[in-house]
Ligand binder design. Structure first.
Ligand SMILES: [Mn+2]
Length: 290
């Protein structure tokens, strides 16, 4: 059974949030998964991590950890200090994930995000990232965790923009734990094939799925082919997490990072935001588990 989740930043426009509160809110909306910021885990005390673990467990909620690495901890960097710091950071996150029973690290862990495009020497960037990810992948293998590398569109990365590039990267890394994340928003921009075909071809490489409409609004509010997407995921026997990334709010830190320049929430207050999320969960569940 596929599990339905949301990125935590649906509810606000700052990266700094109280995950324990958001666990309760996610549960209220009928979600199975809360996707938290992986970078936050290294700044949380063991007591805070334990509170999050227990809260999620008691609510029957699963947690996934979403990372956009900072520029000074980046495994594609030509600076050996930054590269090493990136490897160390990713391994430290994996260690923290174990403490909250979080099985999967997701995101474009192969470069910093948002990427600044100062260095676009793609082959050299990829070669350094592969070497770094081999070490991180070994650590994840040892801990029994999964890393789902996110394939991003051209405006967010110059390294991995398509499924084929993602598979090639994972094959070079060659670790059991290192797989892919496919996101309807990015696929809609970059892939030649229709989205269901890309998912089918992704097959066993697909370890995590992000969903949203073409403008990242909630599933069911735009023109994505949800019946066919659900069918494609069933065809590959996908039983992982399907996590929405609905970024609707302008301003704060999240708005500019995601390039949200108009209110996509329709002026929704907190109750309306929860109602819209609940509707999207029900919509998605009907499409995925048809
Ligand atoms: Mn995504």
């Amino acid at each position: 059974m596929m599990k339905i989740g949301t990125h935590f930043a649906y509810w606000g426009n700052t990266w700094n949030v109280n995950y324990v509160e958001l666990c309760h809110r996610a549960k209220k909306c009928g979600l199975d998964v809360l996707e938290v910021g992986a970078g936050d885990l290294v700044n949380m005390s063991d007591a805070e991590l334990e509170e999050l673990r227990v809260t999620a467990k008691d609510l029957g909620l699963q947690i996934s950890a979403n990372l956009g690495p900072p520029k000074d901890k980046d495994i594609c960097s030509a600076d050996p200090t930054v590269h090493a710091a990136g490897v160390e950071f990713l391994c430290a996150i994996l260690d923290q994930m174990v403490k909250i029973d979080c099985p999967i690290l997701i995101g474009a862990c192969y470069n910093h995000w948002p990427y600044d495009f100062v260095d676009t020497d793609k082959e050299a960037l990829l070669a350094r990232a592969v070497e770094g990810m081999k070490i991180v992948g070994d650590h994840a293998d040892k801990l029994g965790l999964t890393i789902a590398l996110e394939i991003l569109n051209r405006f967010e990365s110059c390294m991995i923009n398509t499924l084929d590039e993602g598979i090639a990267f994972c094959e070079r890394v060659g670790k059991k734990s290192v797989k892919l994340l496919l996101d309807t928003f990015h696929m809609n921009i970059e892939e030649v094939e229709d989205i269901p075909s890309v998912l089918r071809r992704g097959g066993d490489w697909v370890a995590h799925v992000h969903v949203g409409e073409a403008n990242r609004m909630l599933p069911g509010t735009g023109h994505m082919p949800w019946d066919e997407i659900g069918q494609a995921l069933r065809d590959i026997n996908y039983d992982g997490k399907v996590v929405m990334e609905p970024f609707l709010l302008v301003g704060g830190e999240v708005g500019p990072a995601i390039k949200v320049w108009r209110d996509l929430s329709g002026g929704a207050d907190a109750d309306k935001m929860d109602e819209m999320m609940t509707n999207a969960v029900n919509f998605l569940r009907s499409k995925l588990n048809a």
